[in-house]
Design a protein around this ligand. Structure first.
Ligand SMILES: C[S@@+](CC[C@H](N)C(=O)[O-])C[C@H]1O[C@@H](n2cnc3c(N)ncnc32)[C@H](O)[C@@H]1O
Length: 163
Protein backbone atom coordinates (compact mmCIF):
# COMPACT_ATOMS: atom_id res chain seq x y z
CA UNK A 1 0.00 0.00 0.00
CA UNK A 2 1.13 3.56 -0.65
CA UNK A 3 2.67 5.05 2.48
CA UNK A 4 0.99 7.76 4.51
CA UNK A 5 2.59 11.18 4.87
CA UNK A 6 2.30 14.58 3.24
CA UNK A 7 1.88 14.93 -0.53
CA UNK A 8 5.36 16.48 -0.95
CA UNK A 9 6.84 13.48 0.86
CA UNK A 10 4.92 10.96 -1.21
CA UNK A 11 5.52 12.55 -4.61
CA UNK A 12 8.80 13.43 -6.27
CA UNK A 13 9.24 16.83 -7.96
CA UNK A 14 7.96 15.58 -11.34
CA UNK A 15 4.63 14.30 -10.04
CA UNK A 16 4.28 17.17 -7.56
CA UNK A 17 4.58 19.57 -10.47
CA UNK A 18 1.85 17.65 -12.32
CA UNK A 19 -0.42 17.68 -9.28
CA UNK A 20 -0.07 21.45 -9.02
CA UNK A 21 -0.75 21.81 -12.74
CA UNK A 22 -4.02 19.84 -12.60
CA UNK A 23 -7.03 22.15 -12.29
CA UNK A 24 -9.33 21.36 -9.36
CA UNK A 25 -12.14 20.41 -11.71
CA UNK A 26 -13.38 16.88 -11.06
CA UNK A 27 -14.12 14.05 -11.90
CA UNK A 28 -10.60 13.31 -13.09
CA UNK A 29 -8.72 10.30 -14.46
CA UNK A 30 -5.05 9.43 -14.30
CA UNK A 31 -4.53 7.42 -17.49
CA UNK A 32 -1.71 4.86 -17.28
CA UNK A 33 -1.52 5.49 -13.56
CA UNK A 34 1.19 2.87 -12.88
CA UNK A 35 1.89 3.08 -9.13
CA UNK A 36 -1.21 5.27 -8.57
CA UNK A 37 0.52 7.95 -6.49
CA UNK A 38 -0.72 10.91 -8.48
CA UNK A 39 -4.28 9.53 -8.59
CA UNK A 40 -4.23 9.12 -4.82
CA UNK A 41 -3.07 12.71 -4.28
CA UNK A 42 -5.77 13.94 -6.65
CA UNK A 43 -8.33 12.07 -4.55
CA UNK A 44 -6.96 13.30 -1.21
CA UNK A 45 -7.00 16.88 -2.49
CA UNK A 46 -10.78 16.75 -3.01
CA UNK A 47 -12.41 14.16 -0.69
CA UNK A 48 -15.60 12.77 -2.16
CA UNK A 49 -14.80 13.73 -5.74
CA UNK A 50 -14.53 10.94 -8.27
CA UNK A 51 -10.97 10.03 -9.24
CA UNK A 52 -10.17 7.20 -11.64
CA UNK A 53 -6.84 5.50 -12.26
CA UNK A 54 -6.53 3.45 -15.44
CA UNK A 55 -4.24 0.77 -16.75
CA UNK A 56 -4.39 -0.76 -20.22
CA UNK A 57 -3.89 -4.41 -19.28
CA UNK A 58 -5.05 -6.83 -16.54
CA UNK A 59 -1.63 -7.37 -14.90
CA UNK A 60 -0.79 -3.69 -14.33
CA UNK A 61 -4.42 -2.99 -13.34
CA UNK A 62 -4.24 -5.76 -10.71
CA UNK A 63 -0.97 -4.38 -9.38
CA UNK A 64 -2.44 -0.87 -9.27
CA UNK A 65 -5.42 -2.16 -7.24
CA UNK A 66 -3.01 -3.91 -4.87
CA UNK A 67 -0.88 -0.78 -4.41
CA UNK A 68 -3.85 1.45 -3.75
CA UNK A 69 -5.56 -1.02 -1.43
CA UNK A 70 -9.21 -1.95 -1.13
CA UNK A 71 -10.16 1.12 0.94
CA UNK A 72 -8.72 3.58 -1.59
CA UNK A 73 -10.88 6.49 -2.73
CA UNK A 74 -9.45 5.93 -6.24
CA UNK A 75 -11.45 3.75 -8.63
CA UNK A 76 -9.29 1.58 -10.87
CA UNK A 77 -10.41 1.03 -14.47
CA UNK A 78 -8.94 -1.32 -17.05
CA UNK A 79 -8.64 -0.55 -20.75
CA UNK A 80 -6.45 1.24 -23.25
CA UNK A 81 -6.04 5.00 -23.25
CA UNK A 82 -9.18 7.07 -22.85
CA UNK A 83 -11.55 4.19 -23.69
CA UNK A 84 -12.46 3.34 -20.07
CA UNK A 85 -13.57 6.97 -19.54
CA UNK A 86 -16.34 6.75 -22.14
CA UNK A 87 -19.59 7.95 -20.57
CA UNK A 88 -18.13 8.65 -17.11
CA UNK A 89 -18.38 12.42 -17.34
CA UNK A 90 -14.75 13.15 -16.49
CA UNK A 91 -13.82 16.81 -16.67
CA UNK A 92 -10.06 16.25 -16.58
CA UNK A 93 -7.42 13.67 -17.43
CA UNK A 94 -3.71 13.26 -16.85
CA UNK A 95 -1.50 11.22 -19.17
CA UNK A 96 2.08 11.07 -17.94
CA UNK A 97 5.11 8.86 -17.89
CA UNK A 98 4.80 7.57 -21.48
CA UNK A 99 6.42 8.66 -24.71
CA UNK A 100 4.99 11.52 -26.75
CA UNK A 101 4.00 9.20 -29.60
CA UNK A 102 1.99 6.98 -27.25
CA UNK A 103 0.26 9.99 -25.69
CA UNK A 104 -0.61 11.31 -29.13
CA UNK A 105 -1.99 7.90 -30.17
CA UNK A 106 -4.12 7.78 -27.01
CA UNK A 107 -5.65 11.18 -27.75
CA UNK A 108 -6.12 10.37 -31.44
CA UNK A 109 -7.82 7.05 -30.68
CA UNK A 110 -10.64 8.63 -28.64
CA UNK A 111 -11.31 12.07 -30.11
CA UNK A 112 -14.80 12.40 -28.61
CA UNK A 113 -13.57 11.67 -25.07
CA UNK A 114 -10.50 13.87 -25.53
CA UNK A 115 -12.50 16.79 -26.86
CA UNK A 116 -15.18 16.38 -24.20
CA UNK A 117 -12.71 17.11 -21.39
CA UNK A 118 -12.34 20.56 -19.82
CA UNK A 119 -8.64 19.99 -19.28
CA UNK A 120 -5.87 17.50 -20.04
CA UNK A 121 -2.42 17.42 -18.43
CA UNK A 122 0.32 15.71 -20.43
CA UNK A 123 3.87 14.94 -19.40
CA UNK A 124 5.81 12.82 -21.90
CA UNK A 125 9.03 11.13 -20.82
CA UNK A 126 10.48 11.56 -24.31
CA UNK A 127 9.38 12.53 -27.85
CA UNK A 128 8.07 15.93 -26.86
CA UNK A 129 8.32 17.41 -30.37
CA UNK A 130 5.89 15.07 -32.21
CA UNK A 131 3.35 15.47 -29.42
CA UNK A 132 3.68 19.25 -29.41
CA UNK A 133 3.50 19.40 -33.18
CA UNK A 134 0.31 17.29 -33.27
CA UNK A 135 -1.36 19.23 -30.45
CA UNK A 136 -0.73 22.56 -32.14
CA UNK A 137 -1.76 21.22 -35.57
CA UNK A 138 -5.17 20.00 -34.39
CA UNK A 139 -6.06 23.44 -33.06
CA UNK A 140 -8.44 21.73 -30.61
CA UNK A 141 -6.77 23.12 -27.51
CA UNK A 142 -5.10 26.16 -25.99
CA UNK A 143 -1.81 24.74 -24.68
CA UNK A 144 0.16 25.98 -21.68
CA UNK A 145 3.72 24.66 -21.34
CA UNK A 146 5.51 24.35 -18.01
CA UNK A 147 8.62 22.49 -16.89
CA UNK A 148 10.21 21.00 -13.81
CA UNK A 149 13.38 19.20 -12.80
CA UNK A 150 13.87 15.84 -11.15
CA UNK A 151 17.31 14.26 -10.67
CA UNK A 152 19.05 16.64 -13.10
CA UNK A 153 16.49 15.95 -15.78
CA UNK A 154 14.01 18.45 -17.14
CA UNK A 155 10.40 17.44 -17.85
CA UNK A 156 8.01 19.54 -19.90
CA UNK A 157 4.31 19.40 -19.18
CA UNK A 158 1.32 20.59 -21.14
CA UNK A 159 -2.01 21.79 -19.80
CA UNK A 160 -4.58 21.69 -22.59
CA UNK A 161 -7.84 23.62 -22.44
CA UNK A 162 -10.43 23.50 -25.24
CA UNK A 163 -10.37 26.55 -27.51
C1 LIG B 1 6.04 4.65 -16.63
S1 LIG B 1 4.40 4.36 -16.11
C2 LIG B 1 3.92 6.01 -15.61
C3 LIG B 1 3.13 6.02 -14.34
C4 LIG B 1 2.66 7.40 -13.94
N1 LIG B 1 1.65 7.89 -14.88
C5 LIG B 1 3.81 8.37 -13.87
O1 LIG B 1 3.85 9.33 -14.64
O2 LIG B 1 4.68 8.17 -13.00
C6 LIG B 1 3.47 4.20 -17.62
C7 LIG B 1 2.19 3.43 -17.41
O3 LIG B 1 1.32 3.61 -18.52
C8 LIG B 1 0.68 2.38 -18.78
N2 LIG B 1 0.24 2.44 -20.18
C9 LIG B 1 1.02 2.38 -21.29
N3 LIG B 1 0.25 2.52 -22.39
C10 LIG B 1 -1.03 2.68 -21.95
C11 LIG B 1 -2.28 2.88 -22.61
N4 LIG B 1 -2.37 2.93 -23.94
N5 LIG B 1 -3.39 3.01 -21.85
C12 LIG B 1 -3.30 2.96 -20.49
N6 LIG B 1 -2.15 2.78 -19.82
C13 LIG B 1 -1.03 2.63 -20.54
C14 LIG B 1 1.73 1.33 -18.46
O4 LIG B 1 1.15 0.08 -18.16
C15 LIG B 1 2.43 1.95 -17.25
O5 LIG B 1 1.87 1.54 -16.03
Amino acid sequence: MIAAGSAPARLGPRLRHLLELCPEEYPVADVGSGHGRLALELALRRPGARVYATEARPGPARELRRLLGSASPVRVLEGPGLEPLEGLGCRGAVIAGMGGHTIREILQASPSVAQGLDWICLQPMQDWEPLWSWVTTTGWWEPEVTSCWERSRSYRSLLLRPR
